[in-house]
Design a protein around this ligand. Structure first.
Ligand code: MN3
Length: 236
């Protein structure tokens, strides 16, 4: 059976992925209509490579953004092509295998794109406004949220992420773990704040001391304005 482009994109869930990318504000190639007209691209960093020193070192940032994130973008583009190829050939077992790669690399691309904008030089502190109110309502106060977020993130088994997410229907906040990039997902929850605890994210500077990396992120790097903008956008 030959499928046209729109049909196999829908079958493969690519429409949903490109819509997610567009909603999160970085690079659905077609504005989220579900058709991939061009390849995904690595988003540029919103600051210089050395801008987050000394808390996030230039060498790690260069490798992390230029090599690791680029590899997820390349993997996503390759997986999309492979899914389309397999479905066109009627090879659904092959398509299933390719969809696994698609979920991994697509989720890696999404989370890294959020992560870069979640940091800024001179970050840290506490959120204000609606986000601060939502955090207080959900977690009691900011200190309790911070403790939970750090404990959750530090406890990720192996490679993964700590995530503050919002449910778009109830607007309830949740602290989540992701293993790798795509596992332990709650469908529909939208990540607002993503903290990378793959070793590639911190090992050059912090070695085995993951809690020192996550504390530095919260004390000196986190960009609450960006998190608040994502929260406001998700509520619309
Ligand atoms: Mn990473």
């Amino acid at each position: 059976m030959k499928l046209d482009r729109r049909e196999f994109l829908r079958l493969a869930g690519l429409g949903a992925l490109t819509s997610s990318l567009a909603r999160l504000g970085f690079g659905a190639p077609d504005g989220g209509k579900g058709e991939c007209k061009m390849a995904h691209e690595l988003p540029p960093l919103p600051y210089a490579y050395d801008a987050l020193e000394p808390h996030y070192d230039e060498a790690t940032l260069r490798l992390h953004h230029d090599k690791h994130h680029q590899a997820y973008v390349n993997g996503l583009n390759a997986a999309e092509e492979q899914v389309q190829k397999m479905l066109s050939a009627g090879d659904f077992a092959g398509a299933k295998a390719a969809c696994k790669a698609l979920a991994f690399h697509g989720s890696g691309h999404i989370l890294h794109s959020i992560f870069w904008t979640n940091m800024k030089p001179g970050g840290g502190g506490e959120p204000t406004g609606e986000l601060a109110k939502a955090i207080a309502k959900q977690f009691g106060n900011f200190a309790a949220f911070r403790k939970l977020f750090l404990a959750t993130t530090n406890a990720v088994e192996g490679s993964g992420w700590g995530i503050l997410a919002v449910c778009p229907t109830t607007h309830t906040l949740a602290v989540l773990q992701a293993e790798k990039h795509e596992n332990l997902t709650i469908w529909g929850d939208e990540p607002l704040l993503a903290l990378d605890v793959w070793e590639h994210a911190y090992y050059l500077k912090y070695q085995n001391k993951r809690p020192e990396w996550t504390q530095a992120f919260m004390d000196h790097l986190v960009n609450w304005d960006d998190v608040a903008q994502r929260y406001a956008a998700a509520k619309k």
